[in-house]
Structure formats: C-alpha cells, structure tokens
Design a protein around this ligand. Sequence first.
Ligand code: ADP
Ligand code: MG
Length: 170
Amino acid sequence: MGKIIALHSYKGGTGKTLLSVNLAATYVRRGKNICLLDLDFRAPSLHAVFKTNDAEYWLNDYLNGVCEIDKVLTDVAEKHGRSGRFLVGLANPATEAIREMSAKDRKWEMRALGRLLSLKTALLNNMHLDSVIFDTSPGLQYSSINAIVSADIILVVTSLDISDIQEPEG
Ligand SMILES: Nc1ncnc2c1ncn2[C@@H]1O[C@H](COP(=O)(O)OP(=O)(O)O)[C@@H](O)[C@H]1O
Ligand SMILES: [Mg+2]
C-alpha cells in the first residue's frame, strides 16, 4: 500500500513547498500516481505553483465537511505532459479563508484530524495512489500536528539556523 509523506519544519521558508513539488514531480516522472496537498492554510503556496486562484473547491472545504476529497482534486498530469495521475489539492489563498482557518478551535481541529486520517483510505486504498504528499504549515499549531500524525513518513526540512537544529531541553 502507498504511503503518506509529510514535509514539515519548525519555521517557514525552509523549502518545504519547493521540496514537496519536486518530490511529487519526480515520482510522477517515474510513473507513479501521486497526490500533492497544500495543508499550509496560513500561507497557501501551491495555487501559485499550479496557477489556480479560482478553484471550485479547496482543501478548506474538505476539512470543513463541505465536500468530499474528489471534488477538491485536479489532475495536472496531462497539462505537464505526463501520463498517470498527478492530483493536486489546494489551500484557499483568499485573505478571509486564511483568517478563518487560523481561528479554528480545538473541537474543529479534532474533526479535521478525522477527515485527514480518512484520506488514507480514500486516496491510497480506494484511488490506488502510490503516495500522498502533504506540504504542511510550519510550527507546532494543531493543524501542523494533525498533518504530522496523519502521515506515515515525516521529512523535517531545516535551515542551519540554531533555532532549527538545537536539541530541546529536558
Ligand atoms: N534548496 C534551495 N536552494 C535555493 N533556494 C531555495 C531552496 N529551497 C527553497 N528555496 C527558496 O526559498 C524560498 C522558500 O521556499 P519554500 O519552499 O516556499 O519554503 P517553505 O514552504 O518551507 O516556506 C523560495 O523562494 C524557494 O524558491
Ligand atoms: Mg510552503
């Protein structure tokens, strides 16, 4: 069965998005069926990479329980001259959406965790994808931790800054 890979970092700007996109594209070039999801709702990026500002449904809608995941995903394989599946799910970059996602309470985050966990069945079992890649939000907020605990493999992307690499005390 395929795996969910999350790219995470303590701070922003370490290269998570660049690595996520390149990892996904490399897998697709090798004939794998991939899904790349922008879970950085505080600073969405993949809409800029894939040049989409007006998606009908965003990952925000999936986590809010407004729609199922198939409505959110767009297959960009053909557009990029590839066969197979290269599914992309975007975070809503509108200011209102960013503000709304940043203000979610714990109860909402718990429900969102359930929705994230069920992606494993929906994408890996039912849609038979080889890998799902999560481009996560940096730091230790609930939404970041939710993405990490839903993943099978976590790649932590760091800079050489002392706050990134020092060992925690205790
Ligand atoms: N290995 C790298 N070498 C040079 N520039 C990089 C590298 N990784 C990322 N960048 C650049 O650094 C900036 C932040 O990268 P990004 O992937 O958006 O980080 P994050 O998603 O962690 O916030 C972008 O302008 C990106 O092009
Ligand atoms: Mg990013």
